[in-house]
Ligand binder design. Structure first.
Ligand SMILES: Nc1ncnc2c1ncn2[C@@H]1O[C@H](COP(=O)(O)OP(=O)(O)OP(=O)(O)O)[C@@H](O)[C@H]1O
Length: 260
């Protein structure tokens, strides 16, 4: 599915990513952790083809993922199959568009073959725990947690196989973060989705991901099973990252509800 090899990215003279390798298989959730400025967002943008690497490559089912190929018709498979969810759900939604229109746009662009009637849109919203009444609402009429659910529904609209989630919890209150993690776990189970999950929340990474990569100043310094890396980190940088963080939650999270 997703293969990243020898990836390097330089802005001007500043090298932000160095020889990064990464694979995400079908149904696999891979976590990416690192301090602010480590290069996580740059890597995510290369993975979805919004940014072109300076070295190395990103491939989806063998096909090259590149910004310059964004508009090329023959390369549409990865555009459809890799979708991104951003940190700030309010900024990610067009304030002038209803929820229905936000959901329809990616379908129109990437999956003109799919039905886009109210029933199909209501079904999409149902998958993220929102009822059809939300279709005619605007982002300002929704809570931040509901906006993030809409962003997840929008990412699901073209029926992708991989979601790249860049700090999807940071703008949310703690209980709403728990609901979104519950939602993502449920979606992975039901749809066999894969995730590249970028988060400062080590506990959420431990809960959602089987494998984790640790990025320090653009280099992968540690990689392995989340349970091992997060509970018995080998690298001092990882140890510093996970110190004082309750790694695997001791208490079960509440079930995903309709959100606030
Ligand atoms: N378009 C750009 N031009 C120049 N430098 C950039 C650009 N985008 C990112 N950078 C730099 O690349 C480095 C990595 O940024 P990036 O956003 O990938 O880090 P991050 O790990 O996602 O950080 P955060 O957790 O704060 O989002 C930073 O030093 C940043 O200033």
């Amino acid at each position: 599915m997703l293969t990243v090899g020898g990836l390097g990215k330089t802005y001007g003279r500043v090298a932000v990513l160095h020889d990064v390798g990464l694979e995400v298989g079908p149904g696999e959730a891979v976590g990416l952790i690192g301090v602010s400025g480590a290069g996580k967002t740059t890597l995510a943008r290369c993975v979805v083809g919004q940014e072109s690497p300076t070295r190395g490559e990103v491939r989806w089912d063998g096909a090259l993922v590149r910004r310059s190929l964004w508009r090329s018709r023959g390369e549409r498979a990865w555009r459809r199959h890799i979708q991104m969810v951003f940190q700030d759900p309010r900024a990610a939604l067009d304030p002038r568009w209803t929820v229905a229109r936000s959901l329809m746009e990616p379908m129109r662009n990437l999956r003109p073959d799919l039905a886009r009637g109210d029933e199909a849109l209501a079904d999409l919203l149902g998958q993220v725990g929102l009822d059809a009444g939300h279709l005619r609402r605007y982002p300002h009429e929704l809570s931040t947690g509901q906006c993030q659910r809409v962003c997840v529904a929008r990412a699901l609209a073209p029926e992708p196989r991989l979601l790249v989630l860049d700090e999807p919890l940071s703008a949310l209150d703690l209980p709403v973060q728990a609901q979104i993690v519950g939602l993502l776990k449920g979606l992975a189970r039901r749809r066999g989705l894969s995730y590249l999950f970028i988060s400062h929340d080590i506990a959420a990474v431990g809960e959602l991901c089987r494998r984790v990569l640790v990025l320090e100043a653009g280099r992968v310094v540690e990689e392995g099973r989340a349970r091992d890396v997060l509970t018995r980190p080998a690298h001092p940088y990882t140890r510093a990252l996970v110190t004082d963080t309750p790694v695997l939650r001791a208490t079960p999270r509440p079930p995903a509800g309709p959100g606030r």
